[in-house]
Design a protein around this ligand. Structure first.
Ligand code: NAD
Length: 243
């Protein structure tokens, strides 16, 4: 594949790689993204995913939110793929500083990555909206299965449990944003992978990069292709397994 040798060289020579990724990083683990042909935007729902995954929708149509969420966002048994594993390996070797992800699936941590900045939260964390008690993935699943309408309720106070994910209309965590900006601004190599770069403010973070080794690994073209120093169009798991 064209560009692979250059990418290999840049990675070999660097001890300050930062990765910025999105849903495309997890499609090879069986979790659908939003914008690919078999992504969630091309499946039939009464509302588009952006509507269902909004704060207003969650508050007004909680059972319908949870139906979509459990069908499409909680993919049971998903395992890290070659891309997640390679990133964890680079961090262990002292080459990679951080993984900044728009994903909420927790697969980077499952692969062994330590410094993971989750811009949009995680399905692994959930909390009661009334008493603030925290629940992990297994606990919320159990509560959903017990409920007739799939809406998980707090066993202590009966409040509705909400996933700790950033829904549309909700703000991103300031600390996570600031830390991400710092990593990107100071990075030697910035690899952007598996993201359409259309969801803001997350996508805007890549503009803080000041180096000369901006790499894009994505299946389809993005608006940033022309500004990248290296573009590899392909499946990220397949590309990373060759590095
Ligand atoms: P997106 O669906 O908008 O874009 C995904 C991009 O990845 C597309 O450009 C596609 O061509 C590319 N892609 C798909 N499979 C790929 C592969 N194997 N290798 C390389 N590229 C591949 O996703 P986005 O930019 O992350 O934005 C969508 C939002 O939805 C994010 O905010 C994210 O939080 C959320 N989301 C998360 C998950 C998850 O946690 N796994 C899944 C779906 C959506």
């Amino acid at each position: 594949m064209e560009g692979l040798e250059t990418l290999k060289k840049w990675i070999d020579e660097s001890d300050n790689i930062v990765f910025f990724g999105g849903a495309g990083v997890s499609t090879e683990s069986g979790i659908p993204d939003f914008r690919s042909v078999d992504g969630l935007y091309h499946q039939k729902y009464d509302y588009p995913p952006e509507t269902i995954l909004s704060h207003t929708f969650f508050m007004r149509n909680t059972p319908e939110f949870y139906k979509f969420y459990s069908d499409k966002m909680l993919v049971e048994g998903a395992k890290p793929n070659a891309a997640h594993l390679k990133l964890a390996e680079w961090e262990k070797q002292g080459k990679l500083k951080a993984v900044i992800t728009q994903n909420i699936d927790g697969l980077h941590q499952m692969a062994g990555s330590k410094e993971v900045l989750e811009l949009h939260g995680s399905v692994q964390r959930n909390y009661c909206m009334k008493c603030r008690e925290f629940f992990d993935f297994a606990a919320i699943k159990e509560r959903m299965n017990e409920a007739e309408d799939l809406v998980p309720k707090c066993p202590k106070c009966g409040g509705i449990i909400k996933p700790d994910v950033v829904l549309y209309e909700e703000g991103l965590d300031d600390d996570v944003m600031m830390k991400s900006i710092r990593y990107i601004a100071n990075a030697d190599v910035l690899i952007i992978g598996g993201t359409s770069l259309v969801v803001y403010p997350a996508a805007g973070l890549v503009d803080y990069y000041r180096g000369k080794k901006l790499v894009l690994v994505n299946l389809s073209a993005t608006s940033r292709d022309s500004r990248a120093d290296l573009v590899l169009h392909g499946k990220i798991g397949e590309v990373f397994s060759q590095l």
